[in-house]
Design a protein around this ligand. Sequence first.
Ligand SMILES: Cc1ncc(COP(=O)(O)O)c(C=O)c1O
Length: 483
Amino acid sequence: MKHHYLLPDISKPGRVGCTLPSLDVPEGSRPPEELLRQELELPEVSEVDLIRYFTALSKLNYGVDSGFYPLGSCTMKYNPKWHEDVAKLSGFAALHPWQPEEQVQGALRLMHELQEYLTEVTGMNATSLVPVAGAHGELAGLFMVKAYHQDRGHKGRTKILLTDSSHGTNPASVAMCGMETGVVASDDKGDLDLKSLDSMMNDEVAALTLTMPSTLGLFDPKIAEIARLVHERGGLLGGDGANLNALMGQAKLGELGFDYVQLNLHKTFSTPHGGGGPGSGPVCAMENLVEFLPTPLVAEEKGSYRFVAPTKSIGRIASFYGNFGVMVKAFAYARSLGPEELKRISEDAVLNANYLKEKLKPYYHLPYDRTCMHEVVFSGKKQKAKGVGTVDIAKRLLDYGLHPPTVYFPLIVSEALMTEPTETESKETLDEYIAAMKEIAGDAAENPDILHSAPHNTPVRRLDEAGAFRQLDVRWEMNGKKK
Ligand SMILES: Cc1ncc(COP(=O)(O)O)c(C=O)c1O
């Protein structure tokens, strides 16, 4: 059956969508004639046309509730629906941020317990829940680094080192914080190159920020050595902990030598990622940075809860207390699972990624052939040699009804296919993806045109993706005329 995605396609002169009863009250006066638009051409459709139109539109959206979504670095896992119900309970959702503390003790207790919980999971000493995104948590961490060095009179420490595989928000956060970036190379195993770090780690460096596990999906086994080197030279070790889905219950970032870390509750803790918000990027700190955390934190004394400001806090970085609804979902997730189940999540996330890795490595180049963590990064290099780009592979996956992995990132892998299956996918779903990717590899060798012209089964074909994002224009048009 043909679906229409533009109302003008189905408009027929004189067709109406509803019948109003005849007027049984005096006719009111119309606005002045000059305010009335004569030329307004609205589509004329029946009610059922309109319902089918909107229903067809609603089905165009692809999400984790529709199918597999292995978008690397985004942890697009299935989140239990009842967590949304909990967050919507009026006792949480109808609170007003100006309510006095004594009226919102339950909410404060939830925030306090979540702080404690994240502190425990990361092996740190305190947590501020205020940042409202991962990048915002990164920025908060960098402000803390700046404040820490200023407090000690280290005025010359203005540089933040990052790795060449780091997430794009990492250098952006450094720029937002008004500091300089230095890029440390990765070695041939995909880990941080210690020699490169050694040569760069001088008294201008305020901190090294590392993503753990990295955006290559790898756990750097030299982490203790890295931490020692950074600390010996007077720097701090910051963590981008957005990939915590791989580590929960397995390793604590504080014990690995990190001084602070930001988490992405909207990746790991039951809030969908990728919808543009709301998010939550708590920042957790070791003892040396606790007093610099963004305000407020929630403190408990004899069973009563109140907001407090750390003594040297970097201050307020968001309105009120952060995204409370996201905190409620994270709390529900953590409490309903408990420590053992949480540990199993990261085990399964890692197992699923390694399953994909082993099954697909005969078909796609694997730049770092070693056990991966929650995601595996392939390269489409073999296919590229036959004239098929990674973008063609991604577009062809759409024909199978599957969301593609992240492509062309991390930047240090040419033709990258960054695949994060997450723990919520079954073996059957993974096998379906593997079968599709195998067929695509076969077509790249034998029948490349089918890839060059993909997608074939989607309502629209290839779009100017950057243009669609930057100049989004969803206005209705009749006969090509903008209204
Ligand atoms: C490793 C990593 N760091 C940072 C971020 C930034 O998080 P946000 O998009 O919430 O700003 C992400 C987002 O996916 C990420 O994967």
